[in-house]
Write a protein that binds this ligand. Structure first.
Ligand code: ZN
Length: 240
């Protein structure tokens, strides 16, 4: 089985389309939340994900888009979320609100969460200490998370979780416990502005990370045209 793993699309339809056309045929699409927020096409992004039958979990921006708490956002995120709420129809709001915080596709060996398995909506999986503290919070060999917008793996070695950078690399899924982050489709923050995503090949028992260029200028123009904070457009050029 070939499974495409997407995270933090953030209403960036151009980026999502570039990734979907780069991956070609897949047996499943999984998303790790934050489908909306920051970007200019929330409705179209959710429609596209639903059209490809994506299986997903709820991020902090999905939660807010579905009617949940908006108070924790920074000013740009807050402004974009207020706008997002005016741009989505009721079925989309219900879809966002109804995304589970975690899911474990049957027989897959993977647990999916946006932030972390123990605090799925908000915790940032950004250090070996956080990864270590989360080992007891999932029962499968592997856990997939997003939220930091940085492709990264934490892998268990002699009982300790160690961070591994995975820049467009591959990693064998050899049964050692791992927490894997595909990076962000719609707002990368590792200094590379190209969309980041991951592919799991269950036959080869490996995960691979990929980058693809998309029309950043078109997304930036749409952000400005929507009246969203210009910083949200500028940062896409730098992957920050
Ligand atoms: Zn995000």
């Amino acid at each position: 089985m070939r499974i495409v793993v997407l995270s933090d699309i953030h209403s960036n339809l151009n980026a999502l389309e570039a990734v979907l056309s780069a991956v070609g045929a897949a047996d499943a699409v999984w998303h790790l939340g934050d489908t909306v927020g920051y970007g200019p096409q929330p409705q179209a992004v959710v429609d596209r994900l639903r059209a490809v039958g994506a299986l997903g979990v709820r991020g902090n921006h999905d939660d807010a888009g579905g009617g949940g708490c908006i108070e924790f956002f920074n000013p740009d995120g807050y402004r974009a979320m207020e706008w997002t709420r005016t741009q989505i129809d009721e079925p989309t709001r219900l879809y966002l609100a109804g995304l589970p915080e975690r899911r474990t596709p049957e027989g897959s060996g993977f647990t999916l969460a946006h932030g972390s398995p123990s605090d799925p909506i908000w915790e940032y999986m950004d250090s070996p200490e956080v990864a270590q503290a989360n080992l007891a919070a999932f029962a499968t060999p592997y856990c997939l998370v997003g939220h930091t917008h940085v492709p990264l793996v934490f892998r268990e070695s002699r009982g300790r979780m160690k961070a591994m950078h995975v820049d467009q690399g591959r990693l064998g899924l050899d049964g050692r416990r791992m927490i894997l982050n595909p990076g962000s489709v719609g707002q990368p923050r590792d200094g590379d502005p190209r969309s980041s995503y991951m592919v799991i090949d269950t036959n080869a028992a490996e995960a691979t990370w990929h980058r693809v260029e998309y029309d950043i200028g078109a997304t930036q123009a749409a952000i400005v045209a929507a009246g969203l904070p210009p910083h949200l457009a500028r940062r896409l050029s730098f992957g920050r």
